[in-house]
Design a protein around this ligand. Structure first.
Ligand SMILES: [Zn+2]
Length: 317
């Protein structure tokens, strides 16, 4: 590829990658929303579009900067979790460096090409404003049930995320290796994952929109009085998650190995209470039972993915 064609490809990609951006007072925070890291999870992309539509042109403008990006464009186009490898399991500094240094044509997977282009779109993000950078990575899941955030248990971050009225799950960010949220956390950003609901459930897009608007308010990008819907979103989120534990932590993760023939028992939903000894799934070796009491999280009801289910319990602070 000669230089001018390479530049053209880069510009085209950035145009497609940016779902939208809003720039206001440069002293405010920078909020980056990544959507569609898994291509069968497009509700996050729609939620970002809703937010951009709402905030574009409000007076006074937002404080800081908001940037919404499509993470895995090829997988989104094919409506699959990934093309060659899971894009949310390759964010190791060694891989990120290698991807940055390797010419695109020599990269070994579609997801590494996507990563290279996403990194280019994120280049210089710290320079946009003088405030902190907050990174939200938006996902959805295959089972029914409630939404949650994946976050560390740092008190400042907990305080910030409590404004979303979405249950927080601690510890997953340490057990899932190679996630974008983990990578950016180590870069010093406030970084968390938002699992907005079942992939195609009618409330998933709305709930994701609502909780991200509450995030923008909590970090100081927008003030309640200038955005009509904020009050409505807050009321909705409070009542939607009223009966759920506010803070939980991971106690068990069931990892699927190749050839396991894993099958989740039907009917499990996020935050469904389970009892020790309860049969949750089967694989080639037989029954898989719960090792402890708790709530089930993200039982897997799709073929792509390596985590069968998680068990969480209420966090004792
Ligand atoms: Zn996902």
């Amino acid at each position: 590829m000669n230089n001018s064609i390479a530049e053209e490809v880069k510009t085209e990609d950035i145009n497609e990658r940016i779902i939208g951006s809003v720039e206001g007072d440069p002293d405010g925070p920078t909020v980056v929303i990544l959507a569609g890291m898994h291509g069968n999870e497009s509700a996050g992309v729609e939620a970002v579009k809703n937010i951009i539509r709402t905030l574009d042109g409000i007076v006074p403008p937002i404080d800081g900067c908001l940037l919404g990006l499509r993470a895995n464009i090829s997988a989104l186009q094919h409506n699959v979790r990934y093309i060659d490898e899971d894009m949310n399991r390759i964010w190791f500094p060694s891989i990120v460096n290698e991807v940055q240094e390797t010419p695109e044509a020599e990269l070994e997977s579609s997801e590494r090409v996507e990563m290279k282009r996403l990194l280019a779109a994120l280049d210089g993000i710290d320079d946009k404003t003088n405030g902190p950078v907050i990174m939200a990575d938006i996902h959805t899941f295959s089972a029914d049930g409630w939404m949650f955030t994946i976050t560390n248990s740092d008190p400042k971050q907990r305080k910030l995320l409590s404004n979303l009225h979405v249950p927080m799950v601690f510890g997953i960010e340490e057990s899932l290796l190679g996630t974008a949220l983990g990578y950016y956390q180590k870069q010093g950003y406030i970084s968390f994952g938002l699992e907005g609901g079942q992939h195609t459930h009618q409330l998933t897009e709305y709930n994701t929109t609502a909780s991200l608007m509450l995030l923008l308010q909590a970090v100081g990008c927008i003030e309640e009085q200038y955005v009509d819907q904020i009050e409505k979103y807050e009321k909705h989120m409070r009542s939607h998650t009223k009966y759920l534990p506010v803070e939980t932590e991971l106690v068990y993760q069931h990892i699927i190995e190749n050839g396991d023939e894993f099958r989740m028992r039907s009917g499990y939903k996020n935050f469904q209470p389970i009892k020790k000894g309860e049969r949750l799934a089967t694989d080639k070796d037989g029954k898989i039972v719960a090792r402890c009491d708790g709530y089930i999280l993200m039982p897997l009801y799709q073929s792509q993915g390596n985590d069968g289910f998680f068990i969480i319990k209420e966090h004792e602070s």
